[in-house]
Design a protein around this ligand. Structure first.
Ligand SMILES: C[S@@+](CC[C@H](N)C(=O)[O-])C[C@H]1O[C@@H](n2cnc3c(N)ncnc32)[C@H](O)[C@@H]1O
Length: 243
């Protein structure tokens, strides 16, 4: 097990302060089990539960995103656009925009996409609250079911774009999204953070040699402070980067 790099731990501590005024209580285990089986319907869950869900996963997925980009793109990447696919509360892109690896050009664009309008609202609110990322970014949220007819065009054809999918492919796979459809969501630079089974599934079914893809799998031990925030003493991180 590896320890969390100190600068990443500091970013999470900073995020936890910015994020602190949030729903009280803990997520019901039954809800967590549904999420992990990919059977959670964000549209059907009443607001307090959605808040609890997002609270439970926000810092954890933010931390996984920071560890993933460090493993996958250690030399860093500067882009003009970021798309957060199945953004939920925005944890992944918010954290990455505060990372040392990801830089956005001034007036760079961020596109949040989720099938749930409540999640888009929550992500936009979090972006407002956690402005340590990039005060000058151009932010847009889109409600869109990416398993369906909708396609994901590049934001601007000539602009370098990073697409991030953090724990959204697992739900698309669980709802029967075809490999061709998942493949159509890749583009530019693509960082997938997800369960190991999803990463290996994607690797074997939708990645082509020309994608120059690498996968990484790590287990980290957490300090006492992080354990109390994340709710567990260690963290498994699986990611795939294609470009
Ligand atoms: C487990 S949450 C992860 C949220 C966030 N990316 C994170 O890392 O914390 C999965 C998100 O993917 C969204 N999602 C699932 N299937 C989707 C689809 N077909 N199209 C768009 N969004 C989808 C859900 O609404 C949910 O907000």
């Amino acid at each position: 097990m590896k320890p969390i790099p100190p600068d990443i731990e500091n970013t999470i501590l900073e995020l936890s302060v910015l994020y602190s005024e949030y729903a009280e209580g803990s997520i019901p285990l039954s809800l967590r089990a549904l999420v992990e089986k990919g059977e959670y319907d964000y549209q059907a869950i009443p607001e307090p539960s959605l808040k609890l869900f997002n609270k439970y996963y926000f810092l954890r997925n933010a931390l996984k995103s920071l560890l993933s980009i460090r493993a996958a793109i250690p030399d860093g990447l500067k882009v003009g656009a970021v798309s957060d696919i199945g953004c939920g509360s925005g944890a992944a892109s918010i954290a990455l925009l505060g990372s040392r690896e990801l830089k956005l050009t001034s007036n760079g664009k961020v596109r949040l996409i989720d099938q749930s309008s409540d999640q888009i609202k929550d992500a936009l609110k979090n972006y407002e609250r956690i402005s340590f990322s990039n005060p000058l970014l151009v932010l847009n949220g889109y409600v869109s079911d990416l398993s369906g007819e909708n396609t994901l065009e590049p934001m601007e054809p000539e602009t370098k774009e990073l697409r991030i999918a953090s724990y959204s492919f697992c739900e698309m796979v669980a709802s029967g999204t075809s490999p061709q459809k998942l493949r159509s969501l890749l583009g530019g630079h693509f960082l997938l953070i997800d369960y190991f089974t999803v990463i290996s599934n994607v690797f074997s079914s939708i990645i082509e040699e020309s994608d120059h893809a690498t996968a990484s799998r790590q287990v980290y031990s957490l300090s006492d402070k992080l354990t109390s925030l994340i709710g567990q003493p260690s963290l498994k991180v699986n990611c795939l980067y294609a470009r």
